[in-house]
Design a protein around this ligand. Structure first.
Ligand code: DC
Length: 234
């Protein structure tokens, strides 16, 4: 597997990692839109493969069964930050990948090394094809997928703040109380941080931004400034 991505010299590659509820998606999309960059939500890709496993009767507790089936679904990500898309075998997966069923199974599926190898390859191909540059958000982008990214940002926030944000997003859909949301979020982060293959981790050269007491606009402004500094120095 190739682990460096060749892009045009002016293209800027930004890796944004961190646990759930830190504002990663909103920040990454807004930064990409403001700076004219492409955008890739890698969590959506892991959710998409999880949805395919569930839809095709694969036991998500059986890593061997997951590994055997991993290459079957065709996952395609649209990288326009104002309208990101995701399809699986040509079907729009943007709704089904956000259900609680998928959310509760995605850590187990994404821990399988064969799944990670395939999705990582796909992510590198997409990043290399993004001519003007790209913002890629996830858990292992700075450490594993794009270790040569021009800028690495690691977003954090207190568990309380993250649970409150997640609850807000779920309102009206599959709302649960704050304590349940917080417990589910802590459980998923522990699984994502504790897995053997490319766990959720901050790269040594990543800039850590604690978003607990920041508004979304403040986080966006902070990351835009960091990208502009890197671009100016290229
Ligand atoms: O960002 P998200 O909540 O949509 O991500 C869903 C899951 O996908 C997350 O719990 C772990 C997994 N994931 C991963 O393992 N590596 C990534 N780069 C992105 C997400």
């Amino acid at each position: 597997m190739q682990d460096t991505v060749e892009t045009a010299s002016s293209a800027v590659i930004v890796a944004i990692d961190g646990p759930s509820g830190t504002g990663k998606s909103s920040t990454s999309k807004a930064v990409a839109a403001k700076l004219g960059l492409s955008y890739l939500d890698t969590g959506a890709q892991y959710r998409a493969i999880t949805w395919w496993m569930l839809s095709n009767g694969i036991d998500t507790e059986d890593p061997q069964a997951i590994a055997l089936a991993a290459a079957k679904p065709v996952i395609v990500s649209g990288t326009d930050p104002s309208a990101p898309t995701i399809t699986v075998d040509g079907l729009d997966a943007s709704g089904p990948i956000r259900t609680q069923e998928v959310t509760s199974k995605v850590s187990a599926v994404s821990a399988v090394p064969e799944v990670r190898a395939l999705i990582t390859d796909l992510q590198r191909t997409i990043a290399a094809a993004a001519e003007g540059g790209i913002v890629v958000e996830g858990r292992d982008i700075g450490t594993t997928v794009l270790p040569d990214a021009d800028l690495k940002v690691f977003l954090t926030a207190s568990a309380e703040a993250r649970a409150a944000r997640r609850s807000g997003e779920l309102k009206g859909k599959e709302a649960t109380d704050l304590a349940t949301t917080k417990a589910a979020l802590i459980k998923r982060d522990a699984a994502d941080s504790g897995r053997k293959t490319s766990p959720l981790a901050k790269a040594d050269d990543a800039v850590e931004v604690d978003t607990t007491d920041l508004t979304l606009d403040q986080v966006i402004e902070c990351v835009v400034t960091l990208v502009e500094e890197k671009r100016a120095a290229k």
